[in-house]
Design a protein. Structure first.
Lengths: 305, 273
């Protein structure tokens, strides 16, 4: 009888260890389990939009994907075929203009924030404004560029689009660059100063090269965001059915096509071919942004090594 | 004051032109904090001068005064003078950048730049727009720092890929590549293991032939092994804060064997018994 260690036999001297076993009958562990399940489900739910969009793009846009898309012009309403080579080029050019404005300005501002006067009232104000600007409604950037460039130069243009996008890029570039500059160990800066480097030499030869991966990560993130923006371009670059370059000259002061605006324009029309092109353009745009993001992450990962 | 007497005796022992840097700190503040007072130290040409003393006695602060590295510290205020080749380097007309090119520095933590070994050593040459043969100078500096044989096959590799001791010798090579008159070393071995420490010490004795060296160390044996002159700093807490000051300065042999000041005696005996 004493050899019987079955739990149902309370007469045995073996201690009852059932309360040590995992059991959902315990209210606390049941609650804990339920919460874990909820967290997991919500996580999956949060990923649903992303994956459904990407899947949908591959499903709807993938079939019309072809090489011709990359070098042909957008078709008219009843035409067959065509592509959006001019929109890809326009997006690249306008993001390029935006980067050419935002990167030098952002990095120089970051140098001021991180090095020149980190605790000054001006720096604190600029930092605050930068953070506010990261959440700036992109359509307002378009309105600003409309007033500042379009009205002034008398027409929609790639330059106006670039200016609008640069406003959206600037805070990201500035704040990430400041962070990257602050990550440079003080001892490296001391080494440079101790060697007799001037402030400029210290910045140019040590601080910037050392923080370059971090700065580039910020630039990549900003580029990825700018490439996908539609609203600021509606007021500034508008759209064009033609190439940005005419006879070898790049016309920066003409209305310019972009992928985002092409998607916007073509998705609302009743013409089958244009709608399909919009799907394909959306896929290309997502892949473009994804590539830029991946490059940015690869660069930032190299920084840790 | 015995402080003045020791000072007197050293200045009479050695002719004045032998002194490369004459450091006379009357009062030194970081903000409202008085960090160092009444410290007079002559740095003699071709000799190794060591600063010893307990933590927080201001020995690193004194060293950093000699090439104006303290300028980087906010709230730094200095009363006194530091003469280098007869000029007060705290004279407003003096460019601290130029001073640092003549008075090089090696820091407590090895701090190579995240660039190749070659570019680390050539850094100072680039700062000075050196026109001559860079490869030759880099090799010379690396040989001078007893590192050449270990790195000659991987000059393009990152300076950060080296071991701690090698990194510190790389920093020494970087500092001597521009052939400064004086080399300041701020506890250069405190982050190194005993073998690497021994190498750096041997190196210091070799470098002495060409350069004037001032070193801060909390290792008394190290001061005794390498230094010709030693200054002992101590912390004065009588005024309520912790202010460092020079207690005694003189030839290392004399200072370690027959310290004249009670504080010095206590400190040295405490370390050895």
């Amino acid at each position: 009888m004493s050899a019987n260690i079955h739990p149902s036999a309370p007469s045995t001297p073996t201690p009852d260890t059932r309360h040590l076993e995992k059991s959902l009958r315990n209210k606390q562990s049941l609650f804990s389990f339920a919460m874990s399940a909820v967290v997991g489900m919500l996580t999956i739910l949060a990923l649903v939009p992303l994956f459904s969009v990407v899947l949908m793009l591959f499903y709807r846009g993938g079939k019309s994907l072809s090489f011709a898309l990359f070098y042909e012009l957008p078709p008219g309403p009843m035409q067959e075929g065509g592509g959006f080579g001019n929109a890809i080029l326009g997006t690249v050019v306008m993001v390029g203009i935006a980067a050419a404005i935002a990167v030098p300005m952002g990095v120089l501002a970051a140098l001021f924030l991180a090095e020149t006067a980190p605790d000054s009232r001006l720096a604190k104000t600029v930092r605050f404004c930068g953070k506010v600007l990261t959440g700036f409604p992109s359509i307002l950037a378009g309105v600003f560029a409309y007033g500042a460039v379009v009205l002034l130069t008398g027409g929609f243009s790639a330059v106006a689009g670039g200016v609008a996008l640069s406003i959206l890029m600037l805070p990201t570039v500035m704040l990430t660059a400041e962070e990257a500059l602050r990550m440079v160990p003080l001892k490296m800066k001391e080494a440079a100063i101790g060697m007799g480097a001037t402030d400029f030499q210290c910045v140019w030869m040590v601080l910037l090269p050392t923080s370059l991966p971090g700065i580039l990560t910020g630039v990549m993130l900003a580029v990825a965001r700018a490439a996908g923006e539609t609203a600021p371009l509606l007021f500034t670059a508008l759209f064009s059915n033609y190439w940005i370059s005419a006879g070898g000259n790049v016309e920066l002061m003409q209305p310019t096509a972009s992928l985002a605006v092409l998607i916007y324009n073509f998705s609302g029309v009743p013409f089958q071919n244009q709608v399909e092109l919009a799907w394909a353009a959306a896929l290309v745009l997502v892949l473009l942004v994804l590539t830029v993001n991946l490059i940015g992450q690869a660069i930032s990962r190299r920084r840790i090594d | 004051m015995t402080n003045a007497e020791t000072m007197e005796s050293t200045t009479t022992n050695t002719p004045q032109h032998d002194v490369v840097i004459e450091c006379d700190i009357r009062e030194l503040y970081y903000g409202n904090f008085k960090a160092v007072r009444d410290t007079y130290v002559p740095i003699h040409k071709g000799a190794i001068t060591a600063f010893i003393g307990p933590s927080g006695c201001g020995k690193s602060t004194v060293l950093r005064c000699l090439n104006r590295m303290n300028d980087l510290v906010r709230g730094f205020r200095f009363e006194g003078r530091v003469n280098f080749l007869g000029r007060d380097i705290y004279d407003p007309a003096i460019d601290p950048v130029a001073i640092r090119r003549h008075i090089g520095m090696v820091f407590q933590q090895p701090n190579p730049f995240s660039m190749s070994i070659f570019n680390n050593v050539a850094f100072g040459l680039k700062l000075n727009r050196f026109k001559g043969n860079k490869e030759e100078r880099v090799e010379m500096a690396l040989r001078g720092a007893a590192l050449w044989d270990e790195v000659k096959d991987k000059l393009h590799k990152s300076g950060l890929s080296l071991s701690g001791g090698q990194q510190q010798r790389l920093c020494i090579a970087r500092a001597i590549a521009t052939e400064p008159e004086v080399l300041l070393m701020d506890e250069p071995c405190s982050a190194l293991d005993p073998i690497a420490t021994r190498k750096v010490e041997e190196l210091m004795l070799e470098l002495k032939e060409k350069y004037t060296i001032a070193i801060v160390t909390h290792n008394l044996q190290q001061a005794q092994r390498v230094a010709d002159k030693t200054g002992f700093l101590y912390v004065d807490t009588t005024e309520g804060s912790r202010t460092g000051y020079l207690v005694e300065f003189g030839d290392s042999d004399r200072l370690f064997e027959a310290p004249q000041e009670k504080y010095t005696q206590d400190y040295i005996r405490g370390e050895f018994s």
